[in-house]
Design a binder for this molecule. Sequence first.
Ligand SMILES: Cc1cc2nc3c(=O)[nH]c(=O)nc-3n(C[C@H](O)[C@H](O)[C@H](O)COP(=O)(O)OP(=O)(O)OC[C@H]3O[C@@H](n4cnc5c(N)ncnc54)[C@H](O)[C@@H]3O)c2cc1C
Ligand code: SF4
Ligand code: SF4
Ligand code: SF4
Length: 612
Amino acid sequence: MNTPEKSFFAPARAWKYLTKKPVTVPMEDILITPREASDRYRGFHINDWEKCIGCGTCSKICPTDAITMIEFEELPDVEGSKPERPSIDYGRCSFCGLCVDICTTGSLQMTKEYLHISKDPNTFFFIPTEEGIHGIKKPLGYVRDEDSDLLDLEREEMEIDPPEIRKTSFIEMVKGFSKEQAVREASRCVGCSICEKTCPAHMNIADYIKDIYDDDLQTGLKDLYKTNPLPAVCGRMCTHKCETVCTIGHRGEPIAIRWLKRYIVDNVPQDKYPEILDQEVIKKANAKVAIVGAGPAGLSAAYFLSLMGYEITVYEEKNRPGGVLNYGGPSYRLPDTAFEQDVNYIKSLGVKIITNTKVGKDITLEELKAKNDVIFVSTGFNKGRKLPIEGSDHEKVFDSLTILEEMKNYVRGEGPKPYIPKSLVVIGGGNVAMDVARSMLRLQNLEYKKSEVHVLSLERNFDEMPADEDEIVEGKEEGVIFHPGWGPVKVIVENGELKGVLFRKCLEVFDENGRFNPKYDESNTITVNADMVVMTVGQAPDYSYLPEEIQKNMKIERGRIKTNEYGQVEGVPWLFAGGDIVHGPDIIHGVADGHKAAQGIDQYIMDKQLSK
Ligand SMILES: Cc1cc2nc3c(=O)[nH]c(=O)nc-3n(C[C@H](O)[C@H](O)[C@H](O)COP(=O)(O)OP(=O)(O)OC[C@H]3O[C@@H](n4cnc5c(N)ncnc54)[C@H](O)[C@@H]3O)c2cc1C
Ligand code: SF4
Ligand code: SF4
Ligand code: SF4
């Protein structure tokens, strides 16, 4: 390329500027009269700290690595958020706005403010708050386009049998994700781990979702088994509290964490578990542990203790392991194969499960103590309860667990046909009420080709009812008739025959202190005709297997045993407890308790060995 030749005197021309006035605009002038930026200007950030949850998604997307998450001690470390907030290095920021586009809560925004002049480089590291960079609120500049989103806010739809099929079927109704669905659902997760604090077992949720995205289900299975030996059961039945805090739920539908867990276990062959998990047993001491009750808590403790090399024997009163869900949880929600899948692997680790053996009747606790170093009790809340109202002693008035067990045994082909009423009244508004109502509705449809199931609860509307929304919606679709806001007065019995239940209007369930203290309008009553009534008003524990001597030394408050953080029973150091009899109220709390207790038992045994 030809360039013009430079004159020999060219450098000297610069000297002429020595006599000219400088054109630099003084800093003060600019600060006093800055020009208004255009409407969608990408200026300095602001961040609403009340809204921001510290998920760090803004930091992950930033193409110039300008965002660092900073931890703040003064921020509350609560479920659903991290005590961190983004700081921005304006030496790096290219003002692309991607962080604003992706912000999961919409807390991070950009203003029209564009001037910052300082000799101090530290002032270019800025932690945005609701105030702008100079402590003055400035108008918003660029805002995210509401029609396009970097996050995928819609959940992958789960295939479920239609109501016409469901209402006569006990076959599992939720079909599970296909590979395409699971990968797409996994791709919505931003990997922030915020959900993990809320999961009682603190499962490695972000990791196993990433494994699904990477199509690496073997690593996914390993990640599940780090904290939860009942993934097939939890993948179907977990109360999935983690999803209530999922970061994506702030602007869209939370990630289907529970269904993704199920996808992994549905797609890894059971016979490959030992080879894939390849778990090393680290034997520290020769010691034996007896576990009473093969529910989620007992099975979880058995799994973790067996990995520590202890000899484990589980004693179970019923004919199968699994706990109350084994005989109470309806098969359309939880097929037997799910429990078998989880239990088979636990057994493969050498755990001995002795069924049909009730401790306190077939073998005493003292006998167990003589044969073992430690006992872990996880006997659940297995006694059904009835309300002490007139007529509740009638033979067609059942507690929830008795009727659920009868129905399940019949459906399994292991018991006689239960009495199938033409009209059923279910008292209660929780998930157990839904299980009773929906199971009996299926039997009615199979028997009479029609159904009549009434669910009456104190709670005055569906929002107040403790049952899951899905359960209510699906129950309605199947034909369950709901009557929210009614409390039972008496069961009507005429000439020994059950006729129905008299209810009065419930005005309020809880008092101003949040205590259960229902108030009624006695003048407003209804009668619902029925030839069977089921009361789903909670369950109670049965501690008759614990000798009086032991019960005297321990504390039981409102039916629950007092333990330390690791399940060690206060006053009886060789006795550990977990699950519903300590915490409840669900499977995953039982799994978490079993894990904690295994750590506590290991420590107890180690301490004892050292002191020998
Ligand atoms: C109908 C119903 C539906 C439910 N649905 C859900 C759900 O969808 N999701 C969820 O997360 N949770 C659900 N739950 C709650 C959940 O089942 C419990 O929280 C969980 O099973 C508690 O586990 P656990 O190990 O403490 O006790 P349990 O599961 O109750 O297990 C205790 C075991 O101990 C055995 N046992 C008792 N006494 C003795 C003895 N003396 N000797 C030997 N064995 C004994 C019992 O037979 C039982 O198998 C439901 C509960 C019910 C009743
Ligand atoms: S505007 Fe772009 S470069 Fe600046 S912090 Fe946000 S994502 Fe990073
Ligand atoms: S993405 Fe939004 S909510 Fe998450 S840390 Fe960043 S600013 Fe806060
Ligand atoms: S499931 Fe939700 S909360 Fe959990 S890691 Fe993924 S996006 Fe974050």
